[in-house]
Design a binder for this molecule. Structure first.
Ligand code: NAD
Ligand code: ZN
Length: 352
């Protein structure tokens, strides 16, 4: 094994450095991974540009990256489920396993979860990284490592659709056609949603949504008032959606989620916008709209992997740009600006 462990370390706002770090040794229940690729998530860009997300603040240098896949290069002594050479997707959050949330199967709510690149926990944009072996998912030969990395956002879509109760015949409105809105679209389709309308402010993203199977798209006009927007949405459905999933985080979308959903339906909030916003709550109350939150995913990696491995879902179209780890700054610039129609920017750690 070479000594090179090139690593992307975020020191502070707009100060991301590539430097060598020590190759870690796997603990007994961990594996050492030779990292293959890491997708850039909106949250990574947010930490770079703002140094914080809510209460999570970058106060000490933090290795960035959490949408990743790699190849097992060394086993901790207790590891049974993997062998050297296995290609794996990495579920980036490892919970405590013993608290009541973990025991009830809602480990995404565990207060002790260690989640890659959520300060102060280091992420995995580097050549070598150690991870809990049972949070690594072996990829079948025909599933690429890039697809493995995309299981992370795809799992958010799986969890959002589960929380929303998407099922055969569902009419689903998705607000926002970024990576999260698009994976939600793919999962909703695979679950049997028969009508899916997706919105965005950017036409090129809606074009991709159409390619991925959205029935109708709506380019949101910021000048439209709310009743007009609701009318447009309902006209596109020819009905009212029974489920709305906000994947934008914009206050206007969160409000629309409540206003446009059919009485008795469900509004699921995935997008993270400002911590406090104004909502038409009496509408939600009087029309019995269930508002449900989504925090990452829980027990979703196996389903996400099955969706990809079976060919039911094709996530590859989300990747618009590829960079080498040495080009990390450029990769982040592309993700930050969205230049060149960027949707998912992938960084490869094993190409140079
Ligand atoms: P993104 O910024 O790439 O996509 C958001 C999209 O929403 C953009 O295409 C934008 O043009 C669109 N948009 C903005 N305002 C809009 C409006 N008023 N109406 C319609 N569309 C609008 O981000 P992403 O990576 O796709 O993530 C989406 C959101 O989900 C972000 O807020 C992110 O923080 C959040 N997120 C939450 C979780 C969770 O666990 N809850 C996990 C991952 C991401
Ligand atoms: Zn726990």
């Amino acid at each position: 094994m070479g000594k090179d462990n090139l690593t992307a370390v975020l020191y502070k706002i707009n100060d991301l450095r590539l430097e060598q770090t020590e190759i870690p040794q796997p603990k007994d229940d961990e594996v050492l991974l030779e990292m293959s690729c890491v997708g850039i998530c909106g949250s990574d860009v947010h930490y770079l540009v703002n140094g914080r997300i809510g209460d999570f603040v970058v106060t000490t240098p933090m290795i960035i990256g959490h949408e990743a896949a790699g190849v097992v290069s060394k086993l901790g002594k207790n590891v049974q489920n993997l062998k050297v050479g296995d290609r794996v997707a990495i579920e980036p959050g490892v919970p405590c396993r013993t608290c009541s949330f973990c025991k009830h199967g809602r480990y995404n709510l565990c207060r002790e979860v260690i989640f890659c690149a959520t300060p102060p926990v280091h992420g995995n944009l580097r050549r070598f990284y150690t991870h809990a072996a049972d949070y690594c998912f072996k990829l079948p030969d025909h599933v690429s490592l890039e697809e493995g990395a995309l299981l992370e956002p795809l799992s958010v879509g799986v969890h959002a659709c589960k929380r929303a109760g998407v099922t055969l015949g569902s009419q689903v409105l998705i607000l926002g056609a970024g990576p999260i809105g698009l994976v939600t679209l793919l999962v909703a389709k695979s679950l049997g949603a028969t009508r899916i309308v997706i919105t965005d402010l950017v036409q090129s993203r809606l074009d991709v949504a159409k390619e991925l199977g959205a029935d109708k798209t709506l380019l949101v006009d910021r000048n439209d008032d709310e009743p007009t927007l609701v009318k447009k949405v309902h006209a596109l459905f020819g009905d009212e959606p029974d489920i709305t999933i906000d994947a934008s985080g914009a206050e206007a979308s969160t409000r629309l989620a409540v206003l446009a959903t059919r009485s008795g339906g469900t509004a699921v909030l995935v997008g993270m916008g400002p911590p406090e916003i104004k909502l038409p709550l009496v509408q939600a109350l009087a029309r019995e709209i269930d508002i449900r939150g989504v925090f990452r995913y829980v027990n979703c990696y196996p389903a996400a992997l099955e969706l990809v491995a079976s060919g039911k879902v094709d996530v590859k179209r989300l990747i618009t740009h590829n960079y080498d780890i040495k080009e990390t700054h450029e990769a982040f610039e592309t993700a930050r600006t969205g230049r060149g129609g960027a949707i998912k920017v992938m960084i490869h750690c094993d190409r140079s």
